[in-house]
Design a binder for this molecule. Structure first.
Ligand code: AMP
Ligand code: GLY
Length: 443
């Protein structure tokens, strides 16, 4: 081991942090991490054009697949903690690789990431641990799929087993639509991710997201959140990665959350341990609150986007310590996060056409913003040769505001959104409608 790496892996240092990923989620993490005075520099690989507007942040052009060059650079930069944002590098075992090189890493290994990258495995995991979730049937061929579809009398949801960037879930209206979805998956629409299909019983109820920072044995919960997955107002239109969110979600009262902890979160941690999975990262519980109680819709092995952008401004300057403690297996489980009695909301501005085809490279103009308790976390932006901010993704920007209540939060968010312009800008007008008292009057 080089001298550099010995210094960089000193467990008491937190000067140089590296974040892997390029979305609004990673920018929000960077923003929360840099708040701590011990942190001198936050590097992002690759980040996006918004990353370097954040205090202490710098983007690095490094190919993480060139492992030798990657590790040499991390040693040179004396990286003290690595946070892996997206599911794909986690599913590919990047956290395992970096831990073997002695880095402190926030993010599960390949074994833990399986909670997200194999839906059938996650369903069996829940079955083993008696965790409430929708009934399911897994199949490996269209023949088997046909048998399930035409023998069940209940509505079914169709899911490609593997990762599909949030596009592998179908909610068919009829048996024929259900069969068409299964055929699409087995015909290779999602490559190897569609080698297996999971059919699920369709369950009903509002959805909430719960995030547990986990050190392998202990965990602490972040404020809860509610995402808005559909493209259009009134929850119409196609599913997207997420059009906005708010936090905390009042639907999860303290009592209900206690129930979720007992029936879902604690058994998940126990089962991970039973399976010898040392999970050091965030577990995202996508829950549906049904009339029979809370049920897990899905696990993710990463922070949700845009829930992360929404929650990060509620974190105090000690957030980076929580990530570090998780990476070292040193949580006490009693850590408290000071949220300053504020609530937070996020609205996503997208390119015209998202979640289908859209153009990129369109200039973004930002007027006069009300900056108090308001952040813009770029989701998909780039810079032109002359330094002009351009659109570079389906989801372009996340506007996030905090205030005493959700009415004030979303008033500020929508006022600021009026100051942002690019050709074809689109956003939902009803984000947070569930928690805006004045919503019906506004509309
Ligand atoms: P997922 O990618 O698994 O979160 O699924 C995307 C969306 O599909 C969820 O947020 C739910 O709205 C819906 N969904 C997934 N599974 C079910 C289910 N078993 N019953 C009803 N809706 C579901
Ligand atoms: N917001 C949902 C997700 O990140 O999958």
């Amino acid at each position: 081991m080089s001298t550099n790496s010995t210094i960089s892996k000193d467990s008491s240092r937190l000067e140089n942090i590296l974040i892997i990923g390029n979305g609004g989620r990673e920018n929000a993490l960077a923003w929360a991490i840099q708040k701590n005075d011990l942190v001198k520099k936050v590097y992002l690989i690759p980040g996006n054009a918004g990353s370097e507007r954040i205090n202490k942040c710098e983007r690095l052009k490094i190919d993480i697949n060139n492992k030798k060059e990657f590790v040499e650079k991390l040693d040179l930069l004396k990286i003290d903690l690595i946070v892996i944002g997206p599911e794909i590098p986690l599913a590919n075992g990047l956290a395992d690789f970096l831990r073997k090189k002695d880095f402190k890493v926030f993010g599960p290994g390949k074994d833990g990431a399986k909670l997200e990258y194999s839906k059938s495995w996650a369903k069996e995991f829940m079955q083993d641990a008696n965790i409430p979730t929708a009934n399911f049937w897994k199949v490996n061929s269209l023949e088997e799929a046909k048998k399930i579809i035409y023998s069940k009398s209940i509505p079914l949801i169709v899911k490609a087993d593997g990762l599909a960037s949030g596009k592998g879930v179908f909610i068919p209206e009829s048996k024929d639509e259900c069969f068409a979805a299964a055929k699409l998956i087995f015909d290779g629409k999602f490559g190897n991710s569609g080698n297996m299909i999971v059919f699920e019983e369709k369950i009903e109820g509002p959805e909430v997201s719960v995030f547990a920072l986990c050190d392998g044995k202990k965990y602490i919960l972040l404020p809860t959140a509610q995402d808005h997955k559909r493209l259009n107002d009134n929850d119409k239109g196609p599913n997207t990665g997420g059009m906005g969110a708010y936090s905390p979600a009042p639907l999860l009262t303290e009592d209900y959350l206690d129930r979720v902890i007992k029936e879902i979160i604690d058994p998940t941690i126990v089962e991970l341990n039973k399976k010898n999975i040392d999970y050091r990262g965030v577990i995202y519980f996508g829950l549906m609150l049904t009339k029979f109680g809370p049920k897990v819709i899905e696990y993710n092995c990463r922070f949700g986007d845009p829930e992360c952008q929404t929650i990060m401004p509620l974190m105090d300057k000690n957030f980076v310590f929580l990530l570090e403690k998780c990476s070292m297996g040193k949580l006490t489980g009693d850590e408290k996060i000071e949220t300053f009695d504020k609530v937070s909301g996020c609205v996503i501005a997208t390119s015209k056409g998202y979640p289908h085809e859209y153009k990129t490279g369109l200039p973004i103009k930002i007027g006069k913003l009300d900056p108090s308790d308001c952040q813009i976390f770029d989701s998909g932006t780039s810079l032109s040769k002359n330094g002009e901010l351009l659109t570079d993704g389906g989801r372009v920007l996340s506007i996030v505001c905090q205030d005493k209540d959700f009415d004030l939060v979303f008033q500020k968010a929508y006022k600021n959104l009026k100051e942002i312009n690019f050709d074809g800008i689109y956003f939902r007008n009803d984000i947070g409608h569930q928690v805006r008292k004045s919503f019906s009057k506004e509309n």
